[in-house]
Write a protein that binds this ligand. Structure first.
Ligand SMILES: Cc1cc2nc3c(=O)[nH]c(=O)nc-3n(C[C@H](O)[C@H](O)[C@H](O)COP(=O)(O)OP(=O)(O)OC[C@H]3O[C@@H](n4cnc5c(N)ncnc54)[C@H](O)[C@@H]3O)c2cc1C
Length: 487
């Protein structure tokens, strides 16, 4: 008879782990607190508009494809996506506009034309980004950082040899200011720190690997929206025999001597041979393992940024906007200082707008657009969010009106809001952080929890709060690393 594994949480990492373990012959049951799968990667509808609730940018799609291949299925029969010709439209208050073309040469030419920055600077930067990624992918992203074998491998040796080129010793902003002449370009590439909830003025330049994903490997859009990643993977898991139990919050992990014995759900103890938690690791310890030893140094690390998201149904189309749009703050450094030091929202925030109806018109009524408007925000520490959000809404409307030259607020006919409090409530992420612990220092990779428990030999952890980190690609990598450790 197959051995039984319980997975706590049907986030993208929990689903991917379920698929990988089912393929290995385990009998898999997933317990999810919500009535739906996907955690942050879910969607909802309101007054004729469909919104992807969380992630909007899709990179490294092969990490999804390989789950289908693992199950002996052809990914394209189930899951379709397209590569974006333009990655992002950038806007500044002084009227500067820039299109980040997916073709590196086109982007470099555009930057040369608009900002006067030599095209070679972009080409060189993205080559270096590719190099960093190649070295770090082998070292950090494919294996557990917490096993000796990782540190004695040939991949690690390549990392040691190239240490000075990995950007560990300076900040992202320092590296970008050296690389580029134009402050707007420094700002543009500093933005990539936010992809794992960090501050470019503190995070190491190592994170300059991130632009490689978008420019060299591509940014993509799933044809049925981001939520299709969740939907198709749940169907794949079910076809492999995985059972999903919704509205079943796990209340406790039952422990024995150096092993876990199962879980408690709705007061009932259910025995399992193995438990994998996709719940945020801080809450896994504090809520489900109250009696166990807690690795407090890791759990108490400062958290990554969170976000305030306005979902606006707009009864007009805006031809100057695309799928991904950024409206930059005039004082980026101050914006991050206010977010990470004051734990508040800056009065002139950088605003990100994602409009899936540009690619998937049925996401909004005819002649309308579904705006997902995100402003990076500090993790929840009990701030007066209602006041902060009211001010933010006003500031965002004013900023968009200044830059787009029209009163955009007048076209908004429906609104929903997600904020650090509701992110924590809906997904159990500690303090509503989007990416677990922050990466605002060079040791951050070592200050994330391992994918396994040191105290219980049959307890594992996956997802954005543990190694290797947050974001869809890393959450999927964590599932791979963990499943590879389980025989
Ligand atoms: C607004 C927003 C924008 C983002 N943008 C991007 C982006 O553009 N690109 C990108 O790659 N990433 C983005 N991210 C990050 C990305 O969404 C996450 O890193 C990733 O989805 C995390 O997946 P996960 O499986 O680790 O966890 P989660 O999605 O947090 O899922 C955890 C699941 O566990 C369940 N759970 C928790 N506790 C229990 C319990 N006790 N019992 C049962 N179930 C439980 C929760 O209900 C939830 O379903 C964004 C996130 C947000 C919120």
């Amino acid at each position: 008879m197959s051995k039984k594994v319980a997975i706590i949480g049907a986030g993208i990492a929990g689903i991917a782990t379920a698929i990988r373990l089912a393929v290995k012959g385990w009998s898999v049951e997933v317990f999810e607190a919500n009535a739906y799968a996907g955690g942050k990667l879910s969607s909802f509808e309101q007054e004729g508009y469909r919104f992807d609730a969380g992630p909007s940018l899709f990179t490294l799609p092969h990490l999804v494809d390989e789950l289908f291949a693992l199950a002996g299925k052809s990914p394209r029969d189930y899951f379709q996506y397209e590569r974006l010709p333009v990655i992002c439209h950038y806007f500044w208050e002084d009227g500067t506009r820039l299109q980040a073309h997916a073709q590196v040469e086109d982007f470099a030419q555009e930057v040369a034309q608009v900002l006067g920055e030599p095209a070679s600077h972009i080409i060189h930067f993205l080559k270096d980004s590719a190099f960093k990624y190649e070295v770090l992918d082998g070292l950090f992203l494919q294996d557990s950082l917490h096993k000796i074998s990782t540190w004695t491998s040939a991949k690690a040796l390549k990392g040691y040899i190239n240490l000075p080129r990995l950007g560990i010793f300076g900040t992202m902003n320092q590296a970008n200011a050296k690389q580029f002449q134009h402050p707007k370009l420094v700002q543009l590439f500093n933005r990539y720190a936010t992809y794992n909830g960090s501050d470019p003025y503190q995070t190491p330049a190592t994170l300059n690997i991130i632009p490689h994903l978008e420019y060299n490997l591509g940014a993509f859009f799933p044809k049925k929206g981001m939520v299709d990643i969740t939907n198709t993977l749940v169907s794949l898991a079910e076809s492999l025999g995985v059972s999903f139990h919704y509205q079943m919050p796990v209340e406790e992990i039952i422990t024995g001597e150096k092993k876990v014995k199962g879980i408690r759900v709705k007061g009932q103890v259910l025995p399992f041979d193995l438990v994998v938690s996709n719940m945020d690791v801080t809450h896994t310890y504090r809520k489900l393992l109250p009696q166990a030893h807690h690795p407090n140094r890791l759990l108490n690390q400062p958290k990554s940024s969170s976000g305030v998201i306005f979902y606006w149904g707009m009864n007009k189309t805006f031809p100057s906007l695309d799928l991904h749009n950024i409206f930059f703050s005039d004082n980026y450094r101050e914006e991050f200082r206010v977010m990470f030091e004051e734990k508040s929202l800056y009065h002139d925030p950088t605003v990100y707008i994602n409009i899936t109806s540009k690619y998937k018109p049925d996401d909004a009524p005819a002649g309308c657009e579904n705006w997902f408007v995100l402003v990076n925000a500090p993790a929840n520490e009990g701030q007066d969010w209602d006041t902060l959000i009211a001010n933010l809404r006003k500031n965002v409307w004013q900023k968009l009106a200044r830059i787009l030259g029209e009163d955009v607020q007048a076209y908004c006919e429906t609104e929903a809001i997600l904020d650090p409090r509701s992110i924590e409530l809906k997904t159990s992420s500690a303090q509503g952080a989007l990416y677990g612990n922050s990466s605002n220092n060079r040791y951050a990779a070592f200050l994330r929890h391992a994918n396994f428990s040191k105290n219980f030999s049959n307890l594992y952890f996956v997802g954005g709060s543990v190694h290797p980190g947050g974001g869809i690609p890393l959450a999927l990598s964590s599932a791979k690393i963990t499943a590879n450790m389980i025989s």
